[in-house]
Write a new protein. Sequence first.
Length: 90
Amino acid sequence: MANIKSSKKDIKRTAKRTLRNRSVRSAVKTHVVKFRRAAAEGAENTPELAVAAVSALDRAASKGILHQNNAARRKSRLQRRLNQLESAED
């Protein structure tokens, strides 16, 4: 346990940030999973779910919750999957 006053404050701040970041990360994962499930089932709303997932990834990256490269990699995978689905439909 920290003894210095500023260290105790840091611990409190970190705990708050962790909770906030965890909820954003969870929301991002939820959007991505919804897209993946729709893609696997061949649902009609797959492009809209992809847009929502990319938007959530961008938001998390801009807030510093996810690293920019991590978000870019995930978006690339989503887009690649969406393109495969669209080319399979043609």
